[in-house]
Design a protein around this ligand. Sequence first.
Ligand code: SAH
Length: 211
Amino acid sequence: MREAMIRKQIIARGIKEKRVVEAFRRVERERFVPPEVREQAYEDFPLAIGEEQTISQPYIAALMTQCLELRGEEKVLEIGTGSGYQTAILAELAREVYSVERIASLAQRAKTVLDELGYTNVKIRVANGTLGWEEYSPYDRILVTAGAKELPKPLLDQLAEGGVMVIPVGDLLSQRLEVIRKKKTGIESRTVERCIFVPLIGAYGWKEREK
Ligand code: SAH
């Protein structure tokens, strides 16, 4: 099923970067979804992971990963650990991954699975990720996997010069997946896709009562 997902949902839709495809081949997605939806682990849509949150559709996870242009040496900040699946993909492709999740039960479950699978280059923290994770900044790459209403300034500040951030930005119902490049001369951004993510909550994000 994993191979069929890779062929039909990822490669057929234009994700051709070899390292990205190989990472999706290696990571067992079924390990990251709750037992009641395990049979749907390779389906072409997001799945509920509890606490009103979702694991992204495989294609969107692959697209975001490809946009990060990881070569293997990067320090990556991820906001929205969720199930930990995307975290595992990043850990396969980068040197170190720092992942922030605001819901403690999700962070704990993700950490348990990532530990069981033997990832030693991942650190997870329970906090409001719109503030980033100052301690280990700057980051070569930042991936936000919840929908932002605007670019959180602390994340831009914690992105290294020459770094890339991938982030969904828009309203609560739909967002633009944006690729932001931080250059000496300023910020460059381009939209690569329309997408729908659960909201990024907190300072520099949506208020709990707005969602
Ligand atoms: N990448 C995840 C998908 C996560 S869904 C996966 O592969 O499973 C988005 C996650 O972002 C949710 O778990 C949600 O709790 C979290 N989130 C929302 N706002 C956040 C914030 N301000 N800081 C950290 N995590 C946040």
